[in-house]
Ligand binder design. Structure first.
Ligand code: MG
Length: 313
């Protein structure tokens, strides 16, 4: 079996993660989180989104956040824009990438994006043109690629058609989102194989949620067919306000642990990543969702019991 030597992780905790948290995290804390993630070795970080504050208060102040973080060397700071206006704000703030959203299910698109799939693709095209004019890359997200909370089954051919259109309109990367975490490895792999005939596999990314405990298995299954970019969120932050019951994104710590143990380089320092997760969870007031972070916390607690004066990692 051939695995890639290295993969790229796209850290989505500061946007996709924090947006799904009930607590509103101040810009200062969000900036510290991104800086800690960058210090852990993550080089592609979705920092925030340009959505109206009254709709998503968790993402208020993303312009200030991006301006503060711009000096971070070598880190691509991505920002989600739901429309051209948001994209212009993101570009003015100096975002290093604009992310656009569409879905593989009409019902989800209407609930989440307030428009049908066609309109979301037209918006994406307008955003891509504006970003291209400033030489800023665009990342497209397709939600619900392996299942929809309202419609159930999602047609693989439809996902492939949407990916092809996103690629054609200038998305340099297309993230395939199992938004409600219902996919299992064989379906995930079959999806990637089919979509890779519509858009180059080098332009695809996998975005898995761990709702049904399938995320790591899905990532591994996709890795085996050549997918080499995966989205994940530190501490497994987030959920989806429009998909009731959906748990957070797969935890970056879990993905890094699995890949390191399989000889695949992620460029991420797991210890520093765990520190970043502990930092944000202390601010949010809940424990990390990932298994590796929980195991690590238990190990540290045992070390503290054995050596009360020293302990720790
Ligand atoms: Mg997600």
């Amino acid at each position: 079996m051939m695995l890639p030597r290295s993969i790229r992780l796209v850290e989505v905790g500061p946007r996709d993660g924090l947006q799904g948290e009930p607590t509103v995290t101040p810009v200062e804390v969000r900036a510290q989180l991104v800086a800690r993630l960058a210090a852990a070795g993550l080089r592609h970080i979705e920092a925030g989104s340009f959505v109206p504050e009254k709709l998503v208060p968790q993402m208020a102040g993303t312009g200030d956040l991006i301006r503060q973080l711009r000096p971070l060397a070598g880190v691509r700071l991505s920002a989600l824009a739901p429309n051209l206006r948001g994209a212009r704000e993101a570009l003015a703030a100096g975002a290093g990438e604009i992310a656009v959203l569409t879905a593989a299910s009409e019902s989800f698109s209407r609930r989440n994006l307030n428009c049908d799939i066609r309109e979301s693709l037209d918006r994406a095209a307008a955003i891509a043109a504006a970003a291209r004019a400033e030489a800023v890359p665009v990342r497209g997200y397709i939600s619900c690629v392996l299942g929809c909370p309202y419609e159930g089954r999602v047609d693989v051919e439809r996902v492939a058609d949407i990916a092809q259109e996103l690629h054609g309109l200038g998305c340099q990367e297309i993230s395939l989102g199992d938004t409600i975490g219902v996919g299992a490895p064989f379906a995930a792999r079959r999806l990637v194989e089919r979509v890779a005939r519509a858009a180059p596999i080098e332009s695809l990314a996998g975005h898995f949620h761990d709702t049904y405990g399938q995320a790591l298995a899905n990532i591994f299954a996709c890795l085996e067919v050549g997918l080499a970019v995966f989205d994940s969120a530190v501490a497994g932050l987030g959920g989806c306000p429009f998909a009731p019951g959906a748990t957070g994104n797969v935890a970056t710590e879990d993905v890094v642990y699995m890949l390191q143990g399989s000889g695949v380089d992620t460029g991420v320092d797991l210890e520093r990543l765990l520190d970043a997760g502990a930092f944000i969870c202390a601010c949010l007031g809940h424990p990390p969702q990932g298994r590796v972070a929980r195991a690590d916390a238990a190990k540290r607690a045992r070390a503290m019991d054995a050596h009360p004066s020293g302990g720790g990692r």
